[in-house]
Write a protein that binds this ligand. Structure first.
Ligand code: 5GP
Ligand code: MN
Length: 335
């Protein structure tokens, strides 16, 4: 958490005269949107007028969240997003650790910004900002936003909007309160969010029970050809661009697919390779169990990073070559 002195400094920045912008990472997920909107609603409850900017569009199943539709998407509203960031006095950097994770369009805007930059994030190796609250043991940035509200001694301001957004972020980044870093503190906070109106059935229904038939067909295609290597310890899943097109792919349709690989008994590492719909690279998602460190794997070989048990990256070869390279690389890994 920020030190007491930092909290005082931050408090002095959070005044109506200052323009406040909250920004999150490229391809925003449930925690990115949940933490950004949760923080926005908290700052609004303090009488401020913050804006949320995201680098590119996010899945439909997150758009039910309060004020999700007011988010400025830099890909679509370049001028407005650039102006908001350029004019900001305070920039909250949420759920990412380095400007480049905001993508090639937005990263330079963050670097050039004269705003005071406040990082709240749970990824490894955070870069230097004016104020840094980084903790890789916490399962969701949304939980850290709640801790921040506690540190500001303003839990009384937690309202329905804040509760719904933070609950969604915690629920999605813990895989439904299942992943290892889910703690008693996580559950205590979730209990407070429910006390303040977050409705678990409504939120999980809106976020997760939104499958389309095309998504299920896509899932059945990749499950039908799942490959297991390294003595049953590694699962490989993949999708090509023409398949995405055939099934009318929409953003978010493949969310969670990689977890099916990890759900196989004995599998320690699951890798999902997908051709990008527009550009010539392969987007990779990794998930692992226990001590298998996919953050290191993604950093070392696949131009990426993330967490120990959930990471991602990019590779600039054809999909079959990418998978062959991956198989060779993991032969040398010990697990
Ligand atoms: P996902 O597989 O859901 O896209 O990403 C899982 C985790 O890996 C997320 O925490 C995300 O921040 C991180 N991640 C995904 N792709 C990249 C990437 O290209 N670079 C880095 N540094 N992290 C990534
Ligand atoms: Mn997160």
């Amino acid at each position: 958490m920020f030190t007491a002195a930092e909290i005082l400094d931050i408090n002095q920045l959070l005044v109506p005269e200052n323009k406040i912008v909250i920004i999150t990472h490229y391809n925003p997920d449930g925690d990115a949107i949940g933490s950004s909107l949760g923080l926005k609603h908290y700052l609004k409850a303090k009488g401020l007028s913050p804006e949320v900017v995201v680098p590119n569009d996010f899945p439909k199943f997150l758009k039910w969240m309060p004020e999700a539709k007011k988010i400025t998407i830099a890909d679509y509203k370049r001028k407005k997003a650039a102006e908001l960031i350029a004019e900001a006095d305070v920039l909250f950097i949420l759920d990412f650790n380095a400007p480049i994770r905001a993508g090639q369009l937005v990263a330079p805007w963050i670097e050039k910004s004269r705003a005071k930059k406040i990082l709240i994030d749970h990824h490894q190796q955070p870069e230097c900002f004016d104020f840094v609250y980084s903790d890789v043991t916490i399962p969701a940035t949304s939980q850290m936003v709640y801790h921040f509200i506690e540190a500001m001694e303003e839990e009384r301001l937690v309202n329905l909007d804040i509760a719904q957004c933070l609950y969604t972020g915690i629920m999605t980044d813990t895989g439904g309160f299942r992943f290892r870093s889910t703690s008693a503190a996580t559950h205590r906070i979730v209990a407070n969010l429910i006390d303040n109106g977050a409705d678990p059935a409504m939120i999980s229904g809106n976020t997760w029970d939104t499958n389309t038939v095309s998504r299920l067909h896509l899932l059945s295609l990749i499950l039908g050809r799942i490959e297991i290597v390294n003595d049953g310890k590694v699962a490989i899943l993949w999708l090509k661009r023409d398949e995405l097109e055939r099934f009318g792919f929409e953003k978010g349709d493949t969310e969670g697919f990689v977890n099916y690989g990890l759900s196989i008994s004995g599998v320690q590492l699951s890798a999902f390779f997908m051709e990008d719909l527009y550009e010539n690279f392969i987007k990779i998602s990794f998930r692992s169990k226990d001590l298998v460190d996919v953050n290191q794997l993604a950093r070392k070989h696949f131009n990426g990073g993330g967490h120990i048990n959930a990471a991602g990256g990019k590779y600039y070869k054809d999909i079959y070559e990418t998978i062959e390279d991956f198989k060779e690389i993991i032969l040398d890994e010990e697990f």
